[in-house]
Design a protein around this ligand. Structure first.
Ligand code: S3P
Length: 169
């Protein structure tokens, strides 16, 4: 039995794509917390709109508990899930956590290119860059608690390779 690998980090850092790739490389299962929530409740944009952010955070709490009883799974988390201390404790106890880190410029350019697909309700404002910056500032102390993986200038495959080396090396 292998422990889980959990990926956290800000929106646009590549958690889902890297996680999927890594799960193939390590022949582990893959789970994306946002996808699980969408399977049960519909699109994240609509959940925020119709039921509010707190409802979405409650869903994340439930998923975090469920995931903590899994093993051999690469888990890509939504960017806010591990900011909650209880969630972070559940997932940290189930395996090794990596935080994908990118500079604000890199995040902006990735989100502009549409990398990482879905609508991000937290960034639906007039001044997206200012919103991103203030959210990142608020969250950095939380993200910094986890093992860091620098992603600037790296392809998604290179990031997956880097984590692969750390867990197998
Ligand atoms: C969120 C990040 C999103 C998604 C939701 C909230 C956040 O996931 O869970 O929109 O609070 O940072 P990604 O990090 O995959 O974009």
């Amino acid at each position: 039995m292998r422990e889980n690998i959990v990926l956290t980090g800000f929106m646009g850092t590549g958690k889902s794509s890297v996680g999927r790739k890594l799960s193939e490389m390590l022949q582990m299962d893959f789970l994306d917390t946002d996808e699980e929530i969408e399977k049960q409740h519909g699109l994240i944009g609509e959940i925020f709109l119709n039921k509010g952010e707190q409802f979405f955070r409650d869903c994340e709490g439930k998923i975090a508990k469920q995931v903590s009883s899994l093993s051999n799974t690469v888990v890509a988390t939504g960017g806010g899930l591990m900011i909650n201390i209880e969630n972070a404790n559940y997932l940290s106890s189930s395996g090794r956590v990596f935080c994908l880190k990118a500079s604000l410029d890199e995040i902006i350019s990735r989100l502009d290119k549409g990398e990482g697909e879905s609508v991000r309700p937290l960034l639906q404002s007039e001044d997206k860059v200012a919103t991103m910056k203030s959210l990142l500032d608020k969250r950095n102390t939380h993200y910094e608690k986890f093992e860091q993986v620098l992603t600037d200038g790296k392809s998604l495959d290179e990031v997956a390779e880097e984590i692969y080396k750390r867990v197998t090396g």
